[in-house]
Design a protein around this ligand. Structure first.
Ligand code: AMP
Length: 412
């Protein structure tokens, strides 16, 4: 018998049964990004290797360890694209898009390739959906893109998300900070992992990414770049934060947020989903104000993000859109149940209410069947109770405080 072949390590077949969920993600991407004024762009699956060594950076993991590079028959060095931003900036310059009205807003979807050690959520060929706004330095663009990614993920039913946010400042602030960090790391060289030690010169920020215990202890007291932001960088970051607050998108400041690409400046962000385990990053991005110029174009500030389709599918499987609601609102007055349900949803609490005109008992049964963790029982006299469905524990709560009460109870 001839030997059987298998898909190469870290790759997988997408069978007919898998297509429906992928089609959902694809349609959702197109609907959301088209409506926000992003035009779809498709670039080749491989590029000149130099695009990535220059654009992404020689000392990054992606370039130094993870590229699938090869030569064509005329010995030209080529690489299967490990990421989408450098190719899009290449296309922006090549097609003279800097002469179009700015910013140029583009989105893409397709396969990317990294020679990583495969595990759940980490593959050698994977799919990304991404969006870029090229030709704007406004913090409004940062906020617009972050809010879009939040909407994109939540719209697919991924609810347990955390947004981590930071700023890397400008290249000069970053250079000064790198020096300061190098000095600090050298003082603690003996406590660092050998990998971090060998990169103190080339990429000291990498120390923040380490899971080596000694290194983590050292970086816990290291100076942070966020503390060193000044002037326009600090103003830009404050504006982004203000806009996110106004949009009601919660975030956690994470001065240790290091993204694996060299081109980032100022704002960087990442959405993680706890239910994914070790590979929890579902999507992230940041500003790359120097990249277009580095690739031969005019000075052009820009910002973008990419989200991983396979991680999204894994997260959706954990919390499918038809999953149980967190709260079922039980109330004899349909209008009041409607108002409260919408109010809870505005606070990102998944909530349902009776649409079939059931009496109180029937609604309680429905609450039970829905699998909701809590029922809110809203009495006609305006008082309210929060009931934990599993234990049956029930307590009086102030109806005006309900969203906050549910959020607190969720974490209790
Ligand atoms: P990055 O360009 O590394 O920021 O990646 C953007 C997103 O793509 C990540 O948040 C992941 O969701 C996804 N991703 C990155 N690398 C892989 C991989 N090797 N396998 C699957 N998904 C990935």
């Amino acid at each position: 018998m001839a030997p059987r072949h298998q898909a190469p390590k870290g790759t997988f077949d997408i069978l007919p049964a898998d297509e429906a969920a992928r089609a959902l993600v694809a349609e959702h991407s197109a609907r959301l990004l088209d409506a926000a004024g992003f035009g779809r762009i498709e670039t080749p699956a491989f590029e000149d290797t130099e695009l990535f060594t220059r654009g992404v950076g020689e000392s990054t993991d992606i370039v130094s360890k993870e590229m699938f590079s090869f030569s064509d028959r005329a010995d030209r060095p080529l690489t299967l694209r490990p990421e989408g931003t450098a190719p899009i900036c290449r296309a922006y310059v090549e097609h003279g898009m800097h002469k179009d009205p700015q910013p140029v807003k583009l989105w893409y979807a397709g396969p990317f390739f990294r020679a990583e050690n495969p595990q759940k959520g980490r593959y050698r060929q994977f799919n990304q959906v991404g969006a870029e706004a090229i030709g704007t330095d406004s913090p409004l663009a940062d906020a617009e893109l972050i809010v879009l990614l939040d909407e994109f993920l939540r719209g697919l039913g991924i609810l347990q998300l955390e947004l981590r946010l930071s700023s890397l400042g400008s290249p000069t602030t970053r250079a000064a900070y790198r020096e300061e960090l190098r000095d600090y790391l050298r003082e603690h060289e003996g406590e660092l992992s050998s990998e971090v030690r060998s990169r103190i010169d080339s990429n000291p920020l990498r120390a923040f990414d380490s899971d080596h215990e000694g290194t983590r202890a050292v970086v816990a007291s290291a100076p942070t770049l966020l503390e060193r932001l000044e002037g326009e960088d600090a103003e830009h970051f404050a504006a982004v934060r203000r806009l996110l607050d106004a949009a009601g998108v919660p975030y956690r400041l994470d001065p240790a947020l290091v993204r694996g690409l060299d081109y980032y400046t100022r704002t960087v962000f990442e959405f993680t989903c706890d239910s994914l385990g070790a590979q929890s990053g579902v999507g992230g991005g940041g500003r790359y104000d120097g990249l277009v110029e580095m690739l031969g174009g005019p000075p052009t500030p820009a910002i973008g993000w990419a989200a991983g389709v396979e991680r999204i599918l894994l997260a959706m499987a954990e919390t499918p859109p038809w999953a149980r609601p967190e709260v079922f609102v039980v109330c004899g007055d349909g209008d009041a149940a409607f108002d409260l349900t919408l109010e809870l949803r505005r606070h990102r609490i998944s909530a349902q209410f009776d649409l079939a005109g059931r009496a109180f008992k029937g609604q309680m049964k429905q609450a039970d069947r829905s699998g909701a963790r809590f029922a809110v029982i809203l009495e006609l006299d305006g008082s309210a109770k929060l009931r934990e469905m599993e234990s049956g524990d029930q307590r009086e709560v102030d109806p005006a405080e309900l969203p906050a009460v549910v959020i607190a109870a969720r974490e209790a």
